[in-house]
Design a protein around this ligand. Structure first.
Ligand SMILES: Nc1ncnc2c1ncn2[C@@H]1O[C@H](COP(=O)(O)OP(=O)(O)OP(=O)(O)O)[C@@H](O)[C@H]1O
Length: 595
């Protein structure tokens, strides 16, 4: 926590907050002494001019205390709010640039809690530190000293009340602190269930799982409520306990004080001042214990926030950026492998291939065969664990991420649209795009018809593009990719939500587009029809290269490719290709029904 404070607080505002805090403490400690003097000398001796003089001084001291408190609160609030704002900014930025593996390790729900709830905890504790945490010990020590100066005899009362108070605080903290720790992870849990419920709302309804999901949410909710109730009740109990101890302390002071006054060992004014110091001693003690409860909780939050901020970046920019002016476009995979941290086997193994300007590489394979991994490696959303990917002869790890992302345009498997308009979504691809460019991209992506019908470029896009069908969302996402001027266009199974005819028209339009003619296209697909016209087709099986070549070559020589063909093409198509697949298919069909 101290580390975060050092990084995010500014010296001068913190110094001023502390300076005015000290002034406030000194003036607060002074005021009861002035009261004692007014009573002892002014009132007891009917000295009106003394009362007026001391009253004036008292007013000035009170105003100084008041002004100091305002200035301290101002700087303390400003600094803690600033700390919160900057922490949220840095966390958001860190999360945006986090590599895929780190993102999965944390999970979105905890990242949200850490950026919101945990930062708020820290913000509150820093506000408290800059006010209460430093004021309380100063007031405590100062008040004990001043009270002792007024009457050493009466200090005996504290020998009883302070140990009782300490015991109450220790028991209280013993119950509360461990539960504070588990509270944050329970907030994570509730966020996770809530988020999954929101994203999967349709599936939940369709499978009649609403009762089950509500039950799951209720369990998490009850768990959090129970822990919070125990913690907050325990902390709240401290206040009435304190009040009782304070009342008994005051009674004891008045009791013994009256005796001392009777014996002329103490003035009336001193007793009044002593009572004020006694209250200040016990209040400061209580404030300290409140801080003692807050700090461990904030420490938990600080650790959680630092885990995100200090997570080492696996995808790093090179120290020296190489090869800026190469005009040729070439993509090489040189014995590329990738393994997820926790995985037992490689998601992609020993891939070697070369794609040159204007070529299309299609990637086909079963689920989990490593297709998306390959796309993510090209875009450097993660880095190869072995081998290298070279762009124009330069290892992409030697190119700055910013420069690489300028050269690469990607459509992810799940189309992501941002709330706004069609236009604002297309600006993501090219911030200075003209209307003509937008319509051109929409035309290639086969999206211009429905955009025209539904209100043009300024038609609204709801959150997640919920006001579009799956296929329309996919086509808008493709248009956003195509409008971007890039050397490499990556389509991660982006055509699967389109019908055959639209898929074919879209690929034809891309192949005829002048803007995209020189670029490399990498298309991940499940359908033979989508990949068969590509210059090269990469067949993946369990992360291994099962084949690489043209459709014709693979249809002759690659059993895995033939298998995919058999499952998707008719006998007529297969025999037209002159491949001995028909017999295999007939064999299979003897075995039973086919869909
Ligand atoms: N974050 C991850 N952590 C661990 N393993 C992962 C992770 N993401 C993917 N994998 C594994 O890596 C392998 C390749 O996954 P990938 O997403 O590249 O497959 P894919 O061919 O794109 O599949 P699909 O067609 O179903 O999208 C799979 O076995 C998958 O289980």
């Amino acid at each position: 926590m101290i580390n975060l404070g050092r990084r995010y607080l500014q010296f001068w505002p913190v110094f001023l907050a502390l300076l005015f805090l000290v002034i406030q403490v000194v003036t607060n400690l002074w005021l009861p002494t002035i009261t004692a003097d007014i009573i002892n000398k002014g009132i007891a001796q009917h000295d009106m001019s003394y009362i007026w003089n001391m009253g004036g001084i008292m007013l000035i001291v009170a105003i100084a205390s008041w002004v100091s408190a305002i200035i301290n609160v101002y700087y303390a609030s400003r600094q803690s709010q600033r700390l919160g704002m900057n922490l949220r900014h840095d966390l958001f930025k860190k999360i945006l640039f986090m590599d895929d593996a780190a993102f999965h390790d944390f999970g979105d729900s905890t990242l949200i809690t850490r950026t919101t709830n945990d930062v708020t905890q820290l913000q509150n504790v820093f506000q408290t530190i800059l006010r209460m945490m430093l004021m309380a010990p100063m007031m405590l020590i100062g008040s004990i000293f001043m009270a002792w100066k007024l009457s050493a005899n009466l200090m005996v009362v504290f020998l009883v009340s302070l140990p009782i108070l300490t015991l109450a605080v220790v028991i209280n903290m013993g119950i509360a602190i461990p539960r504070f720790r588990s509270m944050q992870s329970k907030i994570d849990k509730i966020n996770l269930v809530f988020q999954q419920g929101l994203t999967g709302v349709r599936v939940i309804r369709a499978f009649n799982r609403d009762d089950y999901e509500v039950k799951k949410f209720d369990e998490a909710n009850r768990d959090l409520t129970h822990t919070s109730r125990v913690v907050l009740t325990t902390v709240a109990m401290l206040m009435p306990i304190m009040t009782v101890i304070l009342s008994f302390t005051n009674i004891a002071i008045v009791w013994f004080g009256a005796d001392l006054i009777g014996k002329n060992m103490m003035g009336m004014g001193n007793l009044v001042a002593f009572l004020t110091y006694a209250t200040q001693i016990l209040m400061s003690f209580m404030q300290l214990s409140a801080v003692a409860v807050m700090v461990p909780r904030a420490q938990v939050s600080a650790t959680r926030v630092r885990e995100v901020l200090e997570r080492p970046d696996k995808v790093l920019d090179p120290e020296k950026v190489l090869d800026k002016n190469v005009s040729d476009i070439k993509l090489d995979f040189d014995d590329v492998s990738y393994k997820f941290d926790e995985a037992e086997r490689n998601a992609l193994s020993h891939l070697t291939a070369e794609i040159t300007a204007g070529q299309t590489l299609a990637v086909i394979g079963g689920t989990g065969s490593g297709k998306s991994t390959l796309i993510n490696l090209i875009a450097r959303l993660m880095d190869v664990t072995d081998g290298s990917i070279k762009l124009n002869g330069t290892d992409i790890r030697q190119i700055s991420q910013h420069e690489l992302h300028d050269k690469v345009a990607i459509t992810q498997q799940k189309a992501v649209l941002f709330s706004g308009t069609v236009r604002s979504n297309l600006y993501f691809g090219k911030p200075d795009a003209s209307d003509d460019e937008m319509w051109k991209a929409l035309e290639i992506a086969q999206a211009s018809d429905f955009v025209k019908e539904q209100g043009g470029l300024d038609m609204p896009v709801e959150q997640n593009g919920d006001n579009f069908s799956g296929g329309q969302r996919q086509r808008l996402a493709i248009a956003r990719t195509l409008i971007k001027p890039a050397d490499i266009y990556l389509f991660d199974d982006s055509f699967s939500a389109l019908d055959f005819a639209t898929d074919a028209k879209l690929r034809l339009a891309i192949s005829q587009s002048e803007k995209h003619a020189q670029a490399i296209k990498v298309i991940v697909a499940q359908r033979i029809a989508t990949v068969m016209n590509a210059n090269q087709i990469l067949v993946l099986e369990n992360g291994e290269m099962a084949g690489l070549g043209s459709h014709k070559e693979l249809a002759k020589s690659c059993p895995q490719y033939q298998e995919i063909m058999r499952s998707q093409l008719s006998d007529k198509d297969l025999s037209a290709m002159g491949i001995e697949i028909k017999s295999l298919k007939s064999e299979e069909n003897k075995g039973g029904d086919s869909l």
